[in-house]
Design a protein around this ligand. Structure first.
Ligand SMILES: [Zn+2]
Length: 279
């Protein structure tokens, strides 16, 4: 009888990079681009909460009602207050905005994005007005706050990073960048309604997805858009493919999250971390 040795089988495991979601203790919630969560006592969700004329996100969780307010990045640190209106009651809510460290990033982009021709300037104005109108849309449905990662890849840019484009200071980064090969699938991180798609000068091909009550995602620099305006999508549904269109320096997905018309850090919503913060 022949005896034989089994040689070691080398198993090559293909590695998929995944987003390293920061541990909850590292997160500062009440900060620039963060969130202020307040329990609304003696309040029925059939009424609406307003700040000036803008309706805010109010949601029910474990038999309690909460207001979730997106804190603008350019807010002053320290004591802040909101005067909200519920039915005919005015309530003043006081809260503190805490500091947070944001990195700096230097990026090289094509000069067509730093020196715009007159025609391009006109196009940009038209497109930003159109996008603003879409962002004002109110979709009266409670959002699912347990978001999943919209694409597999590596994080190449985080929310709030101070950015320099070709050496010149630009706006702070207002989303999360996930670098991956062109054609990588983009899935809806939470359910919603597609309220706009297009191919814009800066955004390239993009999708604006409304999750409800002022919470919206925008996905930009896509290679392909696989959904249409008005379409309802489920969490995890394929909506597009990663690309390098518009003001982009390599194939990646830029994902921004907007709440009460303010850009907030999408990472708070990944894996439903936001829910841990409900008081
Ligand atoms: Zn980005």
């Amino acid at each position: 009888m022949k005896s034989f040795n089994l040689s070691l089988l080398v198993i090559i495991v293909s590695t998929t990079f995944s987003i390293q979601v920061r541990a909850s203790d590292d997160l500062v919630l009440n900060t620039k681009g963060g969130l202020y969560i307040h329990e609304l006592k003696d309040y029925d969700l059939s009424s609406s909460v307003f700040l000036d004329n803008q309706r805010l996100l109010a949601i029910r969780h474990k038999d309690k009602n909460f207001l979730i307010y997106g804190i603008p990045y350019n807010s002053e640190l320290g004591e802040n207050s909101l005067e909200i209106k519920i039915n005919n009651d005015i309530r003043r809510l006081d809260f503190n905005i805490k500091p947070k460290f944001f990195d700096t990033q230097k990026i090289r982009i094509s000069s067509k994005y730093s020196n715009l021709s007159l025609a391009s300037q006109e196009r940009v104005v038209f497109e930003s007005n159109h996008l603003k109108q879409a962002k004002d849309y109110w979709y009266n449905i409670f959002p699912d706050l347990k978001f999943t990662i919209p694409a597999n890849g590596i994080v190449t840019g985080r929310f709030g990073t101070k950015r320099f484009y070709n050496g010149k200071v630009g706006n702070p980064h207002n989303g999360l960048d996930i670098g991956a090969e062109k054609g990588t699938k983009i899935m809806a991180p939470s359910a919603g309604k597609i309220i706009l798609t297009g191919h814009y000068y800066y955004n390239g091909k993009f999708i604006l997805l409304d999750h409800g009550m002022g919470l919206k995602s925008i996905f930009i620099h896509l290679d392909e858009i696989l959904v249409e305006k008005g379409q309802l999508v489920k969490k995890g549904e394929l909506i597009g493919k990663i690309g390098n269109t518009g003001k982009s320096s390599g194939p990646h997905l830029h994902w921004s999250l907007i709440l009460n018309k303010t850009y907030i850090d999408p990472e708070y919503f990944l894996n439903g971390q936001i829910i841990d913060y409900f008081p």
